[in-house]
Each structure stands twice: as structure tokens, then as C-alpha cells.
Design a protein around this ligand. Structure first.
Ligand SMILES: N[C@@H](CCC(=O)N[C@@H](CS)C(=O)NCC(=O)O)C(=O)O
Length: 190
């Protein structure tokens, strides 16, 4: 919403019973976040939400057919080809680090992830963004790469690391992050 220059209001959700309330399950069938409500539409899944917002702003999606299709491909790639592997490592490191199976599995997961990161870095090449300009695909890809901040893995891919930092330095990202972090200082409400 910050990138698109659209106004928004954030509503937080407590972990636990509120996730399974009929009201929230009507917004998000799995009791998770995020979900948005906009002019009669209730929408879940971060990819669908990002695309919906992007379609309302030239800032996130080019207007030409080919540019749009390429940007949308990167949005899917971020979630389906990169996050899926990133999450596997994150789950091991953040939730199961001390378990024997996790210690045994981690090297394979890291190897698979590194292969994917190397190919992503090749695809990026020397460009500032995945396509000719910043799009919703970059927004999602950079956010997925941020999940790895508990590791030093990205440092092995300097172009990718710079790319992630470039996306994080965008004024809209800085504003969104500041607002999100400020929200953690306050009590959550259902
Ligand atoms: N595929 C969903 C995943 C949503 C998701 O994993 N949300 C997490 C927070 S980032 C959540 O709500 N976790 C709490 C839970 O699963 O109970 C999306 O992209 O929107």
C-alpha cells in the first residue's frame, strides 16, 4: 500500500483463539494473516493481496502486457520457487534447531537453497531489478530474501544481497517497516 501510495489502516490479530473465530476464518480460511478488506472485497494469501494492490497502481505493475506478465511471474517465483525453500531452512533454524532430524536435514536444505539463490542471482545479473524497473515481483522477492536475515547466506551472493538492500532502502519500504515495528510496541487486538 505504501508503494502504491494508497491509504490503509492496519488491524492486528492476536495469536490463539482469535485466529479461529468465525469472523476471522471468514477473512482468512486458515486462520492466518495477512488478509485485507477493501470496498466489499475480503482477500487472503499474500500473493493475491500484493497482485490486487499492484493492479491499482502503475508503481507496482507496468501497463504493457509483456511487462505485467513478467512482473507477475516474479511474484509467483518469489512465493513458489524461492520462499518454499527459504521457509524450509527458516523452519529448521527457528523452530527445530536442536532436534536431531533437523541437524541431519539442514545441509541438504542449505545446498538446495544455495543452488536456487545462485540461479536467482544469475537471472538478476547486473540489473537493479528483476525486470527493467521495480515491480510487485521485486517487492515480494526482496521480502522473501529478508527471511534469511538470521543467516549470512545472502553474503555469498553479493548482487542478490545488494538487490535486497536496494529494495529495503526504498522510501515506501522504510515507511512500511517503521509503521509495522511501531505496532509491535502496542498490545495486539483481535
Ligand atoms: N500462504 C500464506 C501464508 C500465511 C502465513 O504463513 N501467515 C503466518 C504469518 S506470516 C501466520 O499467520 N502464522 C500463524 C499461524 O499459522 O497460525 C500467505 O502467503 O498469505
Amino acid at each position: 500500500m505504501e508503494e502504491a501510495g494508497l491509504p490503509y489502516r492496519v488491524r492486528k490479530l492476536s495469536l490463539g483463539a482469535a485466529q479461529r473465530s468465525p469472523e476471522h476464518l471468514a477473512r482468512q480460511p486458515f486462520g492466518q494473516v495477512p488478509a485485507i478488506e477493501d470496498e466489499g472485497l475480503t482477500l487472503f494469501e499474500s500473493g493475491a493481496i500484493a497482485l490486487y494492490i499492484a493492479e491499482r497502481s502503475d508503481a507496482l505493475l507496468p501497463t504493457d502486457r509483456i511487462g505485467r506478465a513478467r512482473a507477475i511471474a516474479w511474484l509467483f517465483a518469489a512465493l513458489n520457487s524461492v520462499e518454499i525453500v527459504v521457509q524450509e531452512l527458516a523452519a529448521i533454524d527457528l523452530f527445530h534447531a536442536q532436534e536431531a532430524w533437523a541437524k541431519e536435514r539442514r545441509p541438504q536444505v542449505e545446498e538446495r537453497l544455495c543452488d536456487r539463490l545462485a540461479l536467482l542471482e544469475s537471472a538478476l545479473g547486473d540489473k537493479p531489478h528483476l525486470e527493467g524497473r521495480f515491480t510487485v515481483g521485486d517487492l515480494m522477492m526482496a521480502d522473501v530474501l529478508r527471511i534469511l536475515r538470521h543467516t549470512s547466506l545472502l553474503a555469498r551472493y553479493p548482487k542478490l544481497d545488494d538487490y535486497k538492500r536496494r529494495c529495503e532502502a526504498r522510501p515506501a519500504f522504510v515507511r512500511a517497516m517503521k509503521a509495522q515495528m511501531a505496532g509491535f510496541d502496542k498490545a495486539s487486538i483481535a
